[in-house]
Write a new protein. Structure first.
Length: 95
């Protein structure tokens, strides 16, 4: 059973002066991968079996970034499918 059946990507961008760190979650079947880009050319990834363990890690990582004077600049979520479409096929923004 998937922990989060509709989540496909979620990302945060933290900046400090001219440095940036981007955290991005990728759903991989039943598991999750966190990719960390930055600062600079650094890139790491961490794999998690559950959304709970992933979110604990992400929360702690974000706290460390904030403690080092990084500020959240943006967050983005990408879900499966077109959420603008209603079950009747109409676009709710045009109703």
């Amino acid at each position: 059973m998937k922990t989060s059946p509709v989540l496909h990507q979620f990302a945060w961008l933290f900046t400090r002066d001219d440095e940036s760190v981007r955290l991005q979650i990728h759903e991989q079947g039943e598991a999750f991968r966190l990719v960390v880009n930055g600062p600079g050319t650094a890139q790491t990834s961490h794999d998690f079996d559950t959304m709970t363990s992933l979110m604990i890690f992400v929360t702690n990582y974000q706290e460390q970034l904030r403690a080092n004077n990084y500020k959240l600049q943006a967050s983005a979520e990408r879900r499966d499918g077109d959420r603008r479409q209603r079950s009747g096929g109409s676009d709710r923004r045009r109703d």
